[in-house]
Design a protein around this ligand. Structure first.
Ligand SMILES: *Cc1c(COP(=O)(O)O)cnc(C)c1O
Length: 397
């Protein structure tokens, strides 16, 4: 966009302001335009805005800023991550086929299996970490390959460029859910992806306060098509939430950098703890996707998962930690601990869950902004209790 702020750390602060309409007041923040309709000065030629479903100045500043951050031509803001994702799938037509990561976000899984199915848009779940499996699963009517990397909750890493190569060879579009990394750490469009999707509910807004979604397209033509769907379907982000998201994005670097440093320390801490059977974090050299992730992303991020020996141990741990909230969601100022088994992946049959490593002892942690030494101290005392519970459960069963 401009040559005086090349670095994303600077862009997150100024991108929305630069995109906003020039105001007469000099306000340093993008104004919240609470207006559903816009007066037209001339009878025969209309201004840039007419009705806020089709376009709103506050939302537009956000949309241009996410396009700038991701390096795409067009950004679009939706009422939720799922609204962005499902709208992107509406680029497809009846008879088309989608190849999709088997460990995709639960809501995406539900949309693809239970909604797209009704419109004769078929799908195949694949292990995206295996490029041969991806290439072999492409069908003549495959139109989209859908990636999520790192995936949830076991942080599997997909080789984005490898998949894009397969997609391009088969005339398919590539969609990437970039929620976990954000444009701060991973830029799929620069690697050739066609659509990048975000649950902006998570790191981009960062305060567990709003539900929001963003989409960015690599080309203007695809952007026009998605904007048409956005306007037709109508699940736009409201102006107040757009403002709040603009404010959240400004502190993205400050928040995510600190949280990611904490996550690296905590991953190493859990890895060294005798009760923990496995730690899933791409920042660990032992992680199978470590090298691919390091090639395509500049940081391992702030989410990790770890496995306790059984449900009794996981329960004791959750009941004895004092700092994190125990909740679904991630990417906030407070650390969030969740139990994928009954939370994010409850809809999945038990054998499917276990195939994906989502066992009774697995917990996911989104690291917040608390001091990491306090978190380690808290986890240490909770793990002491969990050790006892794990042993008792093992004796009983
Ligand atoms: C939360 C999430 C979504 C869905 O976003 P909502 O804002 O909850 O609709 C999609 N993908 C990923 C990876 C998520 O974590």
């Amino acid at each position: 966009m401009s040559d005086y702020h090349d670095k994303i750390e600077t862009k997150v602060i100024h991108a929305a302001k630069n995109a906003a309409l020039e105001t007469e007041t000099g306000a340093v923040n993008v104004p919240i335009y609470l207006s559903s309709t816009f007066h037209q000065e001339s009878f025969d030629s209309f201004g840039p805005f007419d009705y806020s479903r089709s376009g709103n100045p506050t939302r537009e500043a956000l949309e241009q800023s996410i396009a700038d951050l991701e390096g795409g031509e067009r950004g679009l803001a939706f009422a939720s991550g799922m609204a962005a994702i499902s709208s992107a799938f509406m680029l497809l037509s009846s008879g088309d086929h989608v190849l999709i990561s088997q460990d995709v976000y639960g809501g995406t899984y539900r949309f693809v299996t239970e909604v797209l199915d009704k419109f004769q848009i078929t799908h195949t779940f694949v292990n995206m970490t295996d490029l041969n499996e991806v290439a072999n699963a492409v069908q003549p009517n495959t139109k989209v390959i859908y990636i999520e990397t790192p995936s949830n909750p076991c942080m599997n890493i997909t080789d984005i460029e490898g998949v894009i190569k397969i997609a391009k060879a088969n005339d398919c579009l590539t969609f990437v859910d970039n929620t976990f990394m954000t444009p701060l750490y991973q830029n799929p469009i620069k690697l050739g992806a066609d659509v990048v999707l975000h649950s902006a509910t998570k790191f981009l807004s960062g305060h567990s306060d709003i539900i929001a979604g963003l989409a960015v397209t690599r080309t203007a033509a695809l952007g026009d098509k998605l904007a048409f769907i956005q306007n037709s379907f109508g699940s736009i982000l409201g102006a107040q939430d757009a403002f709040q998201l603009i404010q959240g994005i400004k502190t993205l670097n400050a928040r995510l950098s600190q949280s990611s440093q904490g996550a690296q320390k905590l991953a190493e801490y859990f890895q060294a703890h005798p009760l923990i059977e496995a730690v899933y974090y791409p920042g660990l050299t032992a992680h199978p996707g470590h090298e691919i992730h390091a090639r395509q992303s500049s940081n391992a991020g702030a989410v990790l998962s770890f496995r306790l020996p059984n449900k009794a141990a996981a329960k004791a741990f959750v009941e004895h930690v004092r700092i994190p909230v125990f909740a679904v969601s991630l990417g906030a100022v407070e650390s969030i601990l969740s139990y994928p088994n009954t939370m994010s992946h409850a809809a999945m049959p038990k054998d499917e869950r276990e195939k994906r490593g989502i066992t009774d002892g697995l917990l996911r942690l989104s690291v917040g902004l608390e001091h990491v030494d306090d978190l380690i101290k808290d986890f240490d005392q909770a793990l002491d209790v969990a050790v006892k519970q794990a042993k008792e459960a093992a004796v009983i069963s």
